[in-house]
Every structure is written in C-alpha cells, then in structure tokens.
Design a protein around this ligand. Sequence first.
Ligand SMILES: [Ca+2]
Ligand SMILES: [Ca+2]
Ligand SMILES: [Ca+2]
Length: 406
Amino acid sequence: MLIFSGPSSAVTAKLLMDGLDGTEVGGTGFFYFNVTIGGNERIPITDFSIDGLPDINGSPDGRLVFGPGDVGTVVGETATSGNYIIELVKIHGWVGGENCGYGYGQGYGYGYGYDYGYGYGYESNYDYAPYLGYGYGYPFIDYGCSYGYGYDCDYGYGYGYDCGYGYGYGYGYESPDSRYTELAYRITVNTTGATVGTYDTVGTVNTGASGKSHFATSATSFTLVGTSSPIVTNASASRDPILNDNGRPRSPGTNAAVLSANVTDDGSGVSSVTINLTPIGGSAAQPMACVGDDRWEVTTNAVRGVNLTNQLVISATDNAGNCNDSVAIALTVLRRGDVYRDNIIGVDDAFYVLDYLDDPDAVIEPPSVLVGDVVDRYGRPEGDGVVDRIDALYLMECTIGAKDAP
Ligand SMILES: [Ca+2]
Ligand SMILES: [Ca+2]
Ligand SMILES: [Ca+2]
C-alpha cells in the first residue's frame, strides 16, 4: 500500500493527557487522541496505538490499540477495550467511504475509501458500455465505508465479475470549507490495576505501509497517584443526648440531631459519605449530604438504642473506591419520661418526680427537664419546660395504659 502524502507533517497526531493526570489508582480519568491529516493528503490507516500507558486490562505492556472502524464514524460512537472506552468526539473533512472495486459484472472501477474495503457492484450494471462500476462497499477491517463507487475505464475489462476489492485510505480534502481531516477520540480509562507513578505516552498512527509506516505524537506524561482513603475529622452530633422518638410530639428539636463531619481526600476526591444508623433504628448506609466545602451532614431521630451510647460509624469513600470507616459519632438516646433510668416507664418514674418535689434537698438528682417534662398543665405533649406533679401524674397514668407512652 502506498502513501499518498508528501512530507510527514501531512499527518499530525496529539495526545492530551490532562484528564488522566493526577488520577488516583482505581479511579477513572480520560485523555484525548487527535489525528489531523493535511489538505490533499491521503494515508492508509491500519490502526492507532498508544504506548506508555499502565499495564492494565486493555493495554497489555502499556499498549492500547484500536482502529477507526472499531469505534465508528458517528460522533458519540464508542468502542471498549478492557478498561478503556474509546469515543469518537470529532470527525471533520472525511469523504464518504468510497471504495474502489470492480463494478458488478463489469470492468475495473475505483474510488476512495478510508481503508481496505471491498465493494459489490451495483446490480444495474450490464455487459455493455460504459460499464459503470457503481458498487456498495463494505470495509472489512475499517472505517465507515458504507458505499462506494467506481467507474469503468471502458477498456474492455468487463468480464462479468460480480464483486471486487477496493483499497481506501485516509483522505484530506482540499476545498474551501474543508481543508483538512480530523479525528478526535476521548478515551476514558478505569485505572484499576495500574501502578502509581509517572507515565510517558506516545500515540501513533499506523499506516501498515512500507516507507512511512507510522506517524507518532510527541511524548506526553501523566501521573497516577496513590490509594489513600478519605480523611474524616470533626465528626460530631449537634445534640447529644436526644430523646427517643415514638411519634408523640416533643419539645422542638429534642428528638433530632444533626450528624456531621469534615471529609477530604487527597487523590481522586470524595465520592460519597454514609453513616450507619442501625443502632438507632435507621439505615445501615444513610447518605450524608455535602453542605459546602468539606462538610457532610444528615439529620436523624432515634427509635432504637435507648439508654445506650450508640456508635454511628461513618463510611467515607473516594472516587477510587478507597473507604475510611474508622470514625464514629457517639449518640446517646434517652427514653422520654424514664427519669428513673431503667428503660421502662413505670411507677418508679412517677415516684421519682414526686420524691424530688417533696424534698428538693434530697440526695437524689433532680429529674432532667429533657426526660422528665412530658406534658404541660393543659395536657400538651410538648411540655412546658418544668418537671412537676402534672408530669408525675402523666407518668402514673401511663403505667395503667391511660395515656400514650411519653
Ligand atoms: Ca483517596
Ligand atoms: Ca423508668
Ligand atoms: Ca411539665
């Protein structure tokens, strides 16, 4: 196969590695590979290769190889090779996939194509002049040749061949609105399995031809970084302890806490932060939301975990899948009304309040307002900020089922 181009500058190729530089091993990055063919230049394209990549699935020994035909001719089409997804993001100046070939049933014709192809002759050709060799072409290794045409030279070659072979090549058109040909690929890389370090990559357009077998990019480097887990700091609850929740109204806020933490990651960035709320009756992986900068938080109540200091474990995951679950937020849950702390509402609680009120100088600790204020004098469940005989009466009535659990 011949090269039709002149100087090597007829083809320029470039790698743009910025989107992969700094990616954490295990994370996903991307780079661009652009090929430009100058006006009125034609080259055959066997495939593209990119050397110096990590030795991972899709690039053994650091080499990724793909052909234009693997990806397609329509922007947005993709091909997958191991950890790589190759997407055509730009195509410019290509002509429409002609192939040279024998016309159906008639003499030699030829056309232009992107690569090897062959064409079946058009069925309306007959065995008389001008022997139009119009044919449909099908690329058998490559690029977008959906049809082709040839023409008969009218030299008497027509001997009834019913198909023909064609050879095509990359093509740069010299015309006012299309003075060059360009292909651009965005190549997404899942770096799982790669080694931390700096890589020097070179992209190559392989022509498969003797003489000028390839056109290479300049070397371009990128660095993959380590596998550190996110760092979790300043983990805290806005309120601790909180009252258990059972559906009965409480003094506003007493049965909820905002759980929050700062989460940072020096590699691929924080992907998600969750917290295990099963000790207090919630989800095992309750999402926390990023509320600005590095701060993540979620608001919760508690229907379980009463009388316990619950350890709520945070799981912070980076974009490479590294997880830190070494930090927990402690949250104590108290049963409302259980001033005598035995985790049940009983006469002991009512008497505790009454005993204290009878003798405020007694040795017993005063009942906490948070736990002991279960009702106000009008019977409202939010309470009134004091613990008095109304509360004791409510607790007593609870023990006989006359009132809802506080
Ligand atoms: Ca990390
Ligand atoms: Ca009790
Ligand atoms: Ca009260």
